[in-house]
Design a protein around this ligand. Structure first.
Ligand code: SAM
Length: 237
């Protein structure tokens, strides 16, 4: 999977990919990540990429001509080899479709290249919407910029790319694990050494050695936690 991230703040993004699982995935070439400074396509001597909104109001708005140029530049680079990659251009905005595990799976399965546009300040010129394939939101809150959403998408999608995690490692994760009706569940609880801590004991079943019973217990626990969370959320609404 190849990711291209368009941002005004490349330095906020790059260090995240140097460590841990993603760092290894890049070294192993399971994923590649290119960060593009939107200012690189600015044409005036002030390198301006945004301007004040027509009609008045506070904040700066990213210009459509700048983003159009940045996208043309990025998409003209087809990457290594001659094969055209199945690609998707995604605008990160609180007004987009809510990002979920299901969306991460769709993007990981259907595309080989994702181009992510991170906004900043007041947001985007409305016409930028016509340049993208879809809009994604991290949730119903407003961040200062699209950099964290971009990092979040790259992280969640990369874990689903073959070769990034140990085989099967993600199968029991929250929102991947399913019940008999194929509904998504939270993951069951985990325990490790020590067997007892401050009076809290590891459930006996987990040290019984009976794998069938352990699997059944885990599924029950997963269902219970999922239902509890649904009840808590319903109560709040
Ligand atoms: C301060 S926000 C602009 C919010 C915009 N004025 C609005 O009310 O819809 C600046 C940028 O941060 C990013 N952003 C902020 N919150 C986000 C979220 N929940 N999901 C995805 N991107 C977000 C977007 O790229 C956005 O253009």
């Amino acid at each position: 999977m190849r990711f291209d991230i368009l941002t005004l703040f490349p330095q906020m993004i790059t260090p995240f990919f140097e460590e841990s699982i993603l760092g290894r995935a890049i070294k192993n070439k399971a994923v590649s990540i290119k960060v593009h400074d939107i200012r690189a396509v600015a044409e005036d001597r002030h390198r301006s990429v945004d301007d004040r909104p027509y009609g008045g109001g506070v904040g700066m708005v990213l210009r459509v001509d700048v983003i159009d140029r940045a996208l043309r530049k990025v998409t003209s680079d087809k990457g290594q080899g001659t094969k055209k990659l199945r690609q998707r251009i995604i605008l990160l905005t609180p007004q987009g479709e809510r990002f979920t595990q299901e969306v991460a799976e769709r993007l990981a399965n259907d595309y080989e290249r994702l181009i992510l546009i991170a906004g900043h300040y007041e947001g985007f010129d409305e016409r930028i919407r016509t340049l993208v394939d879809e809009e994604i939101s991290l949730g119903d809150f407003v961040l200062t910029g699209g950099e964290l959403p971009a990092l979040t998408l790259v992280d969640a999608i990369s874990r689903l790319v073959p070769g990034v995690l140990e085989k099967g490692a993600a199968h029991t994760d929250s929102f991947t694990l399913r019940n008999e009706k194929r509904e998504r569940l939270l993951e069951y609880p985990h325990y490790t050494f020590p067997r007892e801590y401050n009076g809290m004991k590891v459930p006996d079943i987990l040290v019984s050695g009976d794998h069938a019973k352990i699997e059944a217990w885990r599924l029950e626990q997963a269902k219970e936690r999922t239902e509890n969370r649904e009840r808590r959320t319903e109560k709040k609404n």
